[in-house]
Design a protein around this ligand. Sequence first.
Ligand code: FES
Ligand SMILES: [Fe+2]
Length: 457
Amino acid sequence: MHSPNMFTGKVAAIIGLGVGAILVFPGRDAPDSAGSGYPIWRGTGLPGVLAWAVVCTVAGASVLAVGWLYRLLFSPLELLRTPHEVGYIAEDGRSKAQAANEVRRRRKTGELPPVYPNGWYRVLDSHLLERGEVKSVSVLGEQVAVFRGQNGKAYVLDAYCPHLGANLAVGGQVVGSCIECPFHGWQFRGDNGKCVRIPYAEKVPEFAKVRSWPSCEVNSQILVWFHCDGEDPQWAVPEQPEIATGEWVYRGRTEHFINAHIQEIPENAADVAHIAHLHTPSFVSGIDLRYIHSKTFAFLRHDWKVQWEPEAEPNKHCSQMLVKHAFTVFGLHWPMLDVHVVARQIGPGVVFLLFNHSFLGRGLIIQCVTPVEPLLQCVSHIMFYQSNIPPMVPKFFLRTECIQFERDVMIWNNKKYISKPLLVKEDSAIQKHRRWFSQFYSENSPRLQYQRDTLDF
Ligand code: FES
Ligand SMILES: [Fe+2]
């Protein structure tokens, strides 16, 4: 699927080239000033050609610049990283993909907790699934077909048809609230996976069904519930009222793939010490850990005050990280740039980052972590912000959050999970976080059986 940014860019480029082409190649019938029937430049010699070339270039560049400016100011930020793009060091003439594959092969996994905690996981953002459309998604080591029925409801079924194994998400057709298999036309209900029609059979066997996943659509995202014992959802992902009412609108999204165990990512919130070390250099210092402490941009700093606490019953599946952020330039504090963020974790896979700024408004980034494989996490950030605040503001917040996040990615992609870490007193929130997170594992939670070493990006 093309992102709107790419689309706008292409349109601008086409218009620019079109304008250029019209100017460079006027129609054969367009007479010049002498009425000779030849394009003007043919009669004006080399200087005329050059002048036209300059006009065309300027016109094309202006159209492109307008398109670029429009995208920058108004369209949502779309930053979708490929699995090897961020967080690897490609040295000795290797590509980033080669570096990523080597890191995955060499990885020491350590003693890992189970790989798929029980909870809600995002599979798609709502705007990526039209009515009557089906998408193939990899989640928790499974292939699922996510489709939107003609009734507007989103459904998630196992992708492989129980008849002869065709993938329902590859060529399957949505019929009402069912999906029709592309191979022999069997139809399965979205809500419970039951087969309701076999076009060439007299009777549909009672047992003909495909696994349906408990799912919900909230805050413009489609999520599935996973429990290793097939238990029903034990909590709900809360709805953010400002999104439902349209007071906060969509301002962009990012997507990253992380080569680590899922628990490493939320644990970051309780790892208070890393924030001062890794995230103090400002966003202009970039994402490459080798250079973020360089002196060039040392005059810009983020200062953080962070606290992490689990919530009490009935919300023990939630925890909160309270962040007070200040910005300093040459050691001078700029209070008007202070931002307070509450990062509320809901289960193992969803975090609400609520922004509250004195005059730059309020909004929310939803961070979702979804295991694709045991040691590969898809992390998405989606941003909603007050509609009356210029889109540049939330886009800037999302971009800077993304820069800080990509520093963590470089750590996660290359680290080992340590089950018994060597901690000091000041690290105590990490152990507290591990105890809190363990509620999402149960006896039958799947564990990593073997190390995959054949899957390349
Ligand atoms: S494989 Fe799906 S209908 Fe035959
Ligand atoms: Fe971090």
